[in-house]
Design a protein around this ligand. Structure first.
Ligand SMILES: [Zn+2]
Length: 161
């Protein structure tokens, strides 16, 4: 059971939440309870990263660093894909030559970010990859340098380059 109080919520936030609750056909209490239960069920970023790191490490590979953009699209930051801010930061911190690097991703924005930075890109067919490719690739300004069924195949492709 989750107890929810609405006492300390600023009026404008309360109005917005009440509007969302009304659109969802719920009382404000029910709506807030739902948000809290959803949040409690979701793994934290740290938990997701720890799992990813464990899976990668188990194969004998190594993760030197993890970067993510904490902003929203409207923040117009340099680190949100397809902007190359995160790649440039990684290049500075780990002495990487981005023109000799590959970006592997399941979104076109991943590859676009790599292309902007001078890197080559591999689209994997896992996650969003297959759908992205099948639905959108004819509209892409630049095609992936390679396609791979999964991360393992992408790694093989890079190692045999
Ligand atoms: Zn950002």
């Amino acid at each position: 059971m989750v107890a929810v109080t609405v006492r300390d919520i600023p009026d404008d936030v309360r109005d917005e939440l009440a509007a969302r609750a009304a659109r969802a056909g719920k009382s404000l209490q029910e709506y807030l309870r739902g948000l809290l239960v959803d949040a409690a069920d979701k793994p934290t970023v740290d938990e997701v990263l720890a799992r990813a790191r464990a899976r990668v490490t188990a194969t004998g590979a190594r993760i030197d660093a993890v970067y993510f953009c904490p902003h929203k699209t409207e923040d117009a930051c340099e680190c949100r894909k397809p902007n190359p801010g995160l790649l440039e930061r990684a290049a500075r911190e780990h002495a990487l030559d981005l023109t000799a690097s590959w970006v592997v991703g399941d979104r076109y924005a991943d590859l676009e970010m790599g292309h902007v930075a001078g890197s080559r890109g591999i689209l994997v067919m896992t996650g969003y990859g297959r759908g992205e490719y099948e639905l959108h690739h004819s509209k892409w300004r630049r095609q992936p340098d390679a396609l791979a069924t999964n991360l393992t195949e992408a790694v093989r492709r890079i190692l045999h380059d």
